[in-house]
Design a protein around this ligand. Structure first.
Ligand code: GLA
Length: 375
């Protein structure tokens, strides 16, 4: 941790949202994932205050509130300010004494769409609070503090992917992130492939509970694997033979969960090879296989996501598609030929609206840089 003079001037910070090309629901089982940071993100403008108050304002929601440092558990409110307060709490838990600030938050990331809007808010907030306090943390420690805010303060027991990619992302590149060691490698993303996000605009209320339930199931699986006497570091090392052997002693539900974890880990490595060969059809097929596995084995999709994926996959120029992020609503991610992406987006918008009566949000992704100070 390094110290520099506390900031007494206004400063603006940005942290990106992300897509995850493939490797869904395996970051919390020490899997490998393949996220990329977007040009969409959250901006926090920090203006110093002389006292130990944090005054927060969400431009998007036109909501303000004020909290006093240090934060106690009683300041948990069950809304967006929890992410900000959680970060302040996690930084103070590291022994960093924060100073008062006014934080104005503005975002162009759709909320609850599976694009890691919460991690973007956490990371931009952390950069702003550290600057105000005159402290710096290495990217990895900063990401882990934000992760702690999300799991221990907000209560979503997510994996490390979102916070790390917000801090490690690189323009035009994805990151092969090893969630066991937290080491990463950049992988070029071919420019002739377009990554399209199609938000179903549905958010099922049980999503966060189901997310934590999947995590608990994966912990049961890790225990079952350990008691099976397997000398494996984690579930990601399971071959299809191991899945069959261990699966026989599990409930049908847990056996399906295990199959998703094992096959999705394999697909991530295959996707890296496909990216390195710039083989978009092979990459698309992996995305579509991932969707089936998330839908049938991990059971984190929903009818609207399945409809979006099916509607996308029949369009000329689409290589593959899948549900994206935590699931139970939010976005599908579609890989398409770049020169047909605009037409695909238009047709998909019409067909999804016709099928469901809901107007989707469709976005052609640009892979941008990691979190940073803007000014
Ligand atoms: C959410 C979590 C991530 C990850 C994804 C699913 O976005 O925040 O850690 O688990 O779901 O891959």
């Amino acid at each position: 941790m390094t110290a520099h003079p506390p900031n007494t001037a206004t400063a603006v910070f940005f942290a990106p949202a992300r897509i995850n090309l493939i490797g869904e629901h395996i970051d919390y089982t020490q899997g490998r994932v393949l996220p990329a940071s977007l040009t969409l993100g959250t901006r926090v403008t920090m203006r110093p205050r002389a006292d130990r108050q944090l005054s927060l304002h969400s431009v998007n929601l036109d909501e303000s509130l004020q909290v006093s440092l240090p934060l106690g558990a009683q300041t948990r409110r069950g809304h967006w300010s929890d992410y900000v307060c959680g970060v302040a709490w996690a930084l103070e838990e590291l022994g960093i004494s924060l100073a008062g600030a006014q934080l104005e938050i503005e975002s162009d990331v759709p909320l609850g769409a599976g694009l890691a809007s919460s991690a973007a808010l956490e990371v931009a907030t952390a950069l702003a609070l550290l600057e105000r306090a005159g402290r710096r943390l290495p990217a990895r420690e900063l990401a882990l503090a934000c992760l702690r805010a999300e799991s221990d303060w907000v209560g979503t027991r997510c994996g490390p992917m979102d916070q790390l990619i917000a801090l490690y992302g690189r323009c035009g590149q994805a990151l092969l992130l090893d969630c066991a060691t937290l080491e990463s490698r950049v992988i070029d993303v071919p420019a002739d492939g377009a990554w399209i996000l199609a938000d179903t605009r549905v958010h099922h209320a049980h999503a966060s509970g189901e997310y934590n339930a999947r995590r608990s199931e994966s912990e049961q699986l890790a225990r079952a694997a350990a008691t099976g006497g397997r000398e494996m570091r984690s579930l990601r090392d399971f071959s299809s033979g191991d899945v069959a052997a261990v699966g026989a002693s599990l409930s049908p539900v847990l056996a399906r969960r295990l199959r998703h974890i094992a096959t999705e880990n394999r697909r991530v490595l295959d996707a890296v090879s496909a990216l390195q060969r710039a083989d978009l059809p092979a990459l698309g097929a992996l995305l579509s296989a991932s969707h089936k596995s998330l839908r049938d084995d991990y059971e984190v999709s929903c009818p609207e996501l399945d409809a979006m994926v099916e509607l996308a996959c029949v369009l000329p120029g689409v290589f593959g598609a899948r549900m994206h992020g935590g699931g139970f609503g939010g976005c599908a991610l579609i890989l398409a030929a770049a020169d047909r992406a605009a037409q695909i987006a238009e047709t998909l918008r019409e067909r999804y609206e016709r099928a469901t009566g809901i107007v989707p949000w469709i976005h052609l992704c640009r892979i941008g840089d990691a979190a940073r100070r803007l000014r």
